[in-house]
Every structure is written in structure tokens, then in C-alpha cells.
Design a protein around this ligand. Structure first.
Ligand code: S3P
Length: 439
């Protein structure tokens, strides 16, 4: 597997009888954070964003909206964004999205609606990620987009400003593709329609509606149809909920560390994000939701330790837990019986090939796991500890954090090589781990 160069290591000791307890708030949701910045940049006036993700991926999107003309001011935990179509302009330099596939794909759609040329590039992982999934619909909208290998890979060059609406069904179940088309549609002539045979996370629709966008979402078969009219957005206040994809690491850690009893606060559990909770419950985990907020789609997740059993994960639930599969695979390694992840070929085109990197991680710690054509199979050890050793993140934040969670249930320390990758989404993971074990 090819890798992004990272140099930091973290040695994680087994939990060894120390349970995870207390309350924890995972960082601000990454998907919501990217969209908060883009929507606030497009909305005329001053928006206030509270609880933005503090990871590198979102910092890159913040720098991108500044390069595109938005004004940004920090005040403690709050961020003020001065936006509006009148402020936005062609950037003077190449925009660097860092490690963020979401950043580059959403920005491709966003800049398609702006006059001028934008060049988007990222690190060596982003350079390998498929871009044709957004380039194809943007070209159908009449936008000139180019990239390496005729638009298959970054850097991308977007010449925006004259988009026209399309009626489009993405070829992959991807919220990033849907969102790129909708962001482009904000400035396009006509009504943009996206059909989703398999629904994906709904942040863009929810947040555009909250900002006064003329958007409607209707059921269509087992999926959904989203219709958007171009128009102005209004500035407002955005409270970013805690990230379910980050909360999932703690949920699994609490499940497999005896005596644990942990509350994960204010987590987004809305459409397309809470699949990991259903899977862990199917595996026998003790998980309760409390304090549900139907407007913000949030809840506190209460997790207690207990034995797990294997399950099958596949079909329409996959987009709702795609980012959680590495850590669910760790849970599966402690379960009784096999767990099969299928319909998950998308794993191969994430920050790393997560079929390969997850299987390698589990095998390095003595678990039985193997790749499958569209996912992976993990043969659980029925609660037996994993062995200590060294795992490689290959520059993938979620693989690094999955390694740290696996280490809690090992019988000797685990060294995670490339721990610095966690800065892309969760710079405080190590600190939060220490805090949960200390209480
Ligand atoms: C995201 C969508 C998902 C997910 C990614 C974030 C988003 O990707 O894996 O981490 O914010 O829209 P796809 O849309 O490519 O499935």
C-alpha cells in the first residue's frame, strides 16, 4: 500500500482493567463543518458558527473560503463569517485542500457557481482519489472542469460561472457528489434535481433549507429526490453538533473495555449518520440515546461495555456508516462469530484503501480478517484480547484511531505509526483517551 509520509508514533497501553467513564464531547462534525463554511461564505451578511471541527481538513476549507473572498474572524469557540455572492471572487493562488476528499469535491461544486478559475489540489492521498464522480455532472452542467487523466484525478481546474441546472442520478451513493451538484446548482440557471436511489447523509439539504435555500426533498422509491432552485442564502447561526464518526471510536472502545460506562454528548444522529449505532446494537452492545433534539438531530449516546456477537453489514445501510467500518471491524474482532462487511467497495477509495489497511491492522494484532470483493470479513475472537504490536496508519486518520481503540483490548502495548494523521479530523484524540481512562 502506498502511503502519505507521517512520522509520529503513539504507543497505546491496553486498558488493563481501567474502564472508560464519564462524559465526552467529540469534536464538531466534519461534514457539517465543511458545509457551514461554504454556506456562510455564500450567504449575504455575517454568520456565526459555533463548535466547528478543529481538524486540519476543515482548516483547509476555512482557508479556501477566505481565498475566495469571505471574511473570517475568530472569537473564542465562535467563528464569524462575512459572506455573500458579491464578496466572492476568483482566488489568486491555488487552493490546497490538504488530505480532504470532502473539501476538494464540495469546493469543485461551490466554485462551479462562481465566475473565474479555481485550481484545487491536495496531498498525495487526495491526488489518488477519484474526481470523475464530480467532474462528470459538473461538465453536464456546462462547467469547464479539468484534471489529470481528463478529470479523473486532482489537481482540478474549475472555470465556473455559467452553470445550467441538471437532472442527475449519481453513479455512486455519495453525499459528496450530491452536495457538489447542489452547490453548483445554487448559481445555475434552472432547477437542479438529484435522485438518490440509496440515501446518503443529508447535511447539505438540511443546512441549505435552514439558510433559506429553495430546496425540497421527496421520497422516491427506496431513495430520495432533491430539488433546488438557484437563489440567495441568508446568513445565520450554525451550531455544529459532535461528530458521530468520531463518537463511534469511543462507542466501540466503551463496548469492549470491561466496566465502561460512557456518555457521548450532543452527537448528530440524523439521517445517514447513525448506522453504526444500529450495527453495534445488532452486535448486542448496550447503547441508549437520551435528550434527543429533533431540530438539531442530536442526542447523547450512552454506551456500556458488554459481550458482542458478529453480524452482517451491507446494502442501503452502508453509506450511513462507511467511515465507521474500520472501528466497527475492531469491534468485530472481539465479537463471537464472523462479521461480514459487504457492498462497501467505496472503502477502497477513501484516504487509504481501507479494505487493505483495516485488514492489515487487525492481522498485525493477531485477529483473523480477510478482504472480500466488496468489503471484508472479520472472524471474532469472542472477547479474547488481541496481541500487542505495531500498526501503520498509512496517513489515514481513521486507521490510526481504530488502531488506538484496538490497543485498549490488547494484552500488550500497541504502537501506532503515523499517529499525526489524526490531526486531520481529531487533534485531541489522545487527550480525550487519557481523560476517559483517568476518571
Ligand atoms: C462525506 C461523505 C462520505 C464520507 C466522507 C464525508 C461528506 O463520502 O465518507 O468522509 O461530508 O459528504 P462519500 O460521499 O464519497 O461517500
Amino acid at each position: 500500500m502506498s502511503e502519505v509520509a507521517t512520522d509520529k508514533q503513539l504507543v497505546v497501553e491496553p486498558a488493563g482493567g481501567r474502564p472508560l467513564t464519564g462524559r465526552l464531547r467529540a469534536p464538531g462534525d466534519k461534514s457539517v463543518s465543511h458545509r457551514s463554511l461554504l454556506i456562510a461564505a455564500r450567504a449575504a451578511g455575517r454568520s456565526r458558527i459555533r463548535g466547528l471541527s478543529n481538524g486540519e481538513d476543515v482548516r483547509h476549507t476555512l482557508e479556501a473560503v477566505v481565498a475566495l473572498g469571505a471574511g473570517v474572524e475568530r472569537a473564542g469557540a465562535e467563528l464569524y463569517v462575512e459572506g455573500g455572492p458579491g464578496r466572492l471572487h476568483e482566488p489568486e493562488a491555488v487552493i490546497d485542500v490538504g488530505n480532504s476528499g470532502t473539501g476538494i469535491r464540495l469546493l469543485a461544486g461551490f466554485t462551479a457557481a462562481l465566475d473565474g478559475m479555481t485550481v484545487l489540489q491536495g496531498d498525495s492521498s487526495v491526488a489518488r482519489r477519484p474526481m470523475d464522480r464530480v467532474v462528470v455532472p459538473l461538465r453536464l452542467m456546462g462547467v469547464q472542469v479539468d484534471g489529470r487523466e481528463d478529470g479523473k484525478f486532482p489537481p482540478l481546474v474549475v472555470r465556473g460561472g455559467k452553470a445550467r441546472a441538471i437532472d442527475y442520478t449519481p453513479t455512486v451513493a455519495s453525499a459528496q457528489v450530491k452536495s457538489a451538484v447542489l452547490f453548483a446548482g445554487l448559481g445555475a440557471e434552472g432547477v437542479t434535481t438529484v435522485h438518490e436511489p440509496v440515501p446518503t447523509r443529508a447535511h447539505t439539504e438540511e443546512m441549505l433549507a435552514a439558510a433559506g435555500g429553495e430546496i425540497s426533498v421527496d421520497d422516491e422509491g427506496n431513495g430520495r429526490r432533491i430539488t433546488l432552485r438557484p437563489g440567495a442564502l441568508r446568513a445565520g447561526e450554525i451550531d455544529v453538533p459532535a461528530d458521530p464518526s468520531q463518537a463511534a471510536f469511543w462507542a466501540v472502545a466503551a463496548c469492549l473495555t470491561p466496566g465502561s460506562d460512557l456518555v457521548l454528548e450532543d452527537v448528530y444522529v440524523g439521517r445517514g449518520r447513525a448506522g453504526f449505532i444500529d450495527v453495534l446494537r445488532r452486535m448486542g452492545a448496550r447503547i441508549e440515546l437520551a435528550g434527543e433534539d429533533p431540530v438539531r438531530h442530536t442526542a447523547d449516546i450512552h454506551v456500556a461495555s458488554g459481550p458482542l456477537r458478529g453480524t452482517d453489514v451491507g446494502g442501503a445501510e452502508v453509506p450511513s456508516l462507511i467511515d465507521e467500518i474500520p472501528v466497527l471491524a475492531v469491534a468485530a474482532a472481539f465479537a463471537e462469530g464472523p462479521t461480514r462487511f459487504s457492498d462497501a467497495a467505496e472503502l477502497k477509495v477513501k484516504e487509504t484503501d481501507r479494505v487493505a489497511s483495516t485488514v492489515e491492522l487487525l492481522q498485525a494484532l493477531g485477529a483473523r480478517a480477510e478482504p472480500a470483493p466488496d468489503g471484508l470479513v472479520v472472524h471474532g475472537g469472542a472477547g479474547r484480547p488481541l496481541k500487542g504490536g505495531t500498526v501503520e496508519s498509512y496517513g489515514d486518520h481513521r486507521i490510526a484511531m481504530a488502531g488506538a481503540v484496538a490497543a485498549l483490548g490488547a494484552d500488550a502495548p500497541v504502537t501506532v505509526n503515523g499517529w499525526d494523521a489524526t490531526a486531520t479530523s481529531y487533534p485531541g484524540f489522545e487527550e480525550d483517551l487519557r481523560a476517559c481512562l483517568r476518571r
